[in-house]
Design a protein. Sequence first.
Length: 209
Amino acid sequence: MNRVAPPSTKPSPGDEWGEEQQARAGFYLLLGNLLGTPPDQDALQSLRETLRSWPKDEGGLFVALSGLEAAANRARPEQLEEEYFSLFIGLGRGELSPYASWYLTGFLLEKPLANLRQDLAKLGFERQSAVSEPEDHAAAICEVMGMIVSESVLSFEQQQAFFESYLKPWLNQFFRDLTQAETADFYKSVGNLGQCFMEIETRYFAMPV
């Protein structure tokens, strides 16, 4: 997904609100990257370095981060390729279907995807010609939300509306299913992080403006 010439309204680096938004965006983009493709050796090393640098305490989110760091430290690229294939692709279909349409209707390429495409067009996103996956893939939706947050183009209310329409109805359940998938190992930790973060985001958007 590519954003088309978004207006630059990013807050200054020293602004606490801006730092909070960049942290939120970082989680979305991390989840999007991990769900979009299994990490190769370079990406895995980068993930390990990133996770080592993030502060951790006893909070649920950082416990999930510690779990992902431990999983990344023992992971091997060839194992991740096999796991990703079994989970999301498979011979015919993987153990899980990472699409909003499937979770919301039981079928692929349904109305949730059409609605998403309309709203993405209004926001200035357009589909990359080299991308074959529908836009309601969990990875794409996380990446879009990360870009929306990081660029600070949309107001709180607009971010909330996108979250309520395209993430809240199904993504937490998808992450929960990922933690329970029989073929998941490394991706259980991704599911744990995603589930924890979605719960935090749900509370965030429930706050009064």
